[in-house]
Design a protein around this ligand. Structure first.
Ligand SMILES: Cc1cc2nc3c(=O)[nH]c(=O)nc-3n(C[C@H](O)[C@H](O)[C@H](O)COP(=O)(O)OP(=O)(O)OC[C@H]3O[C@@H](n4cnc5c(N)ncnc54)[C@H](O)[C@@H]3O)c2cc1C
Length: 322
């Protein structure tokens, strides 16, 4: 039996699991950047039981794995990944309204959560408007817009630990900060989220949603492939404004370009490599530091088998845990 052994042949996952198992699968199409190499195995577990079984097996054999949500905040390595990329498939989509609480499976799209909350006259997540990705990814990264974050709405979380145990977390077990939470790089897979929202008149909710959409309109690239803000905004400043002021708006490297619409977005114009994006990030960091002595901190996350010695200077804020 696979679980009892300390090695794993990825082909055997097809026998062990009920969900989808793809070998040597390009990961780019599962990310909004559409770039990067292949994963040795790409798995979409069918349900929580399937996911527990998978994690137990991988942990026992010490096979590295990484979680992908909607892939809208990640930069996947050109070198690919020799381990297993896990994505939550259809079995992890679904929303239930329970009074002033929204219970959502972690693979559910943020926009779907916003729609259901709005229908139920529940306010507090209007800032989801225009943020792609899953509710799981949003909780892990404490996604937000302007001064609103998802963190304060969290009531309860369910995770599957690396050893396959299903665990319920209270809100006090979840710490969060600017685009950060205690779940990031923890190895736990988030499978369900309960948000506590507040009853509000529908018209007021609609007004706020429209406002969030309006702020984005024309200020962010719409059709070009990107992963949102590349850098976090430094205290009291804006990464895009700093990038523009050092003359790098529109700067090109290979197939990547600093967006003409918003300089904190780097777009894949087609055929960009992950290294092209890192090259531009490095150039921006160097120029901004030389001019303002501000060290820009990446917001996007490098994933996969990067040569860490090549990118450590750029991703100085990331612990090497992926
Ligand atoms: C056009 C555009 C606009 C954006 N605007 C915003 C914005 O205004 N505010 C903002 O905060 N972000 C923004 N983003 C970035 C991104 O959409 C958010 O950070 C989003 O919450 C990421 O969710 P995801 O499902 O795509 O996660 P991914 O990018 O797939 O993953 C992000 C991290 O979460 C982890 N993860 C994902 N799912 C799980 C899970 N179930 N269990 C454990 N770990 C998991 C991954 O391992 C990774 O570390 C934008 C992106 C784009 C492309």
């Amino acid at each position: 039996m696979l679980l009892e052994r300390e090695t794993v042949d990825f082909k055997e996952l097809k026998v062990l699991l009920k969900g989808k198992v793809l070998l040597n699968e390009p990961v780019g199409p599962y990310t909004t950047y559409h770039l990067g190499g292949k994963a040795a195995a790409f798995v979409e577990p069918k349900d929580v039981e399937d996911l527990s079984e998978l994690l137990r097996c991988l942990s026992r054999a010490r096979v590295p794995y990484l979680m992908l949500g909607g892939g809208s905040n990640v930069l996947f390595a050109d070198e690919g990944f020799k381990g297993v990329v896990i994505r939550l498939g259809r079995g992890f989509h679904g929303i239930q309204i329970e009074g002033d609480r929204v219970r959502a499976k972690a693979g559910t799209q943020l926009v779907a959560v916003l729609t259901k909350a709005r229908e139920a006259n529940l306010g507090g997540v209007e800032f989801f408007a225009g943020i792609p990705g899953t509710i799981g990814g949003a909780v892990v990264g404490n996604a937000g817009a302007k001064k609103a974050w998802i963190g304060p709405t969290i009531e309860e979380l369910t995770v599957v630990t690396p050893s396959g145990e299903v665990k319920r977390l209270r809100k006090s077990d979840y710490q969060y900060g600017y685009r950060h939470s205690s779940l990031k790089m923890s190895g736990n897979v988030l499978v369900e989220v309960v948000l506590k929202l507040k009853k509000e008149p529908k018209a007021e909710i609609e007004r706020k949603v429209k406002e969030y959409f309006k702020v984005r309109r024309g200020k962010q690239p719409k059709t070009e492939k990107n992963a949102g803000s590349v850098f976090k905004n430094p205290e009291g400043n804006f990464a895009g404004r700093l990038t523009e002021s050092v003359g790098l708006k529109g700067r090109k490297a290979g197939g990547a370009r600093v967006s003409e619409i918003h300089a904190n977005f780097i777009i894949n114009e087609g055929g960009a490599s992950a290294h092209d994006v890192v090259g531009l990030m490095r150039e921006i960091q160097k120029k901004v530091f030389a001019e303002y002595q501000i060290r820009l901190e990446p917001e996007i996350l490098p994933m996969g088998d990067w040569d860490w010695s090549e990118i450590r200077d750029v991703f100085w804020n990331v612990e090497r845990k992926f």
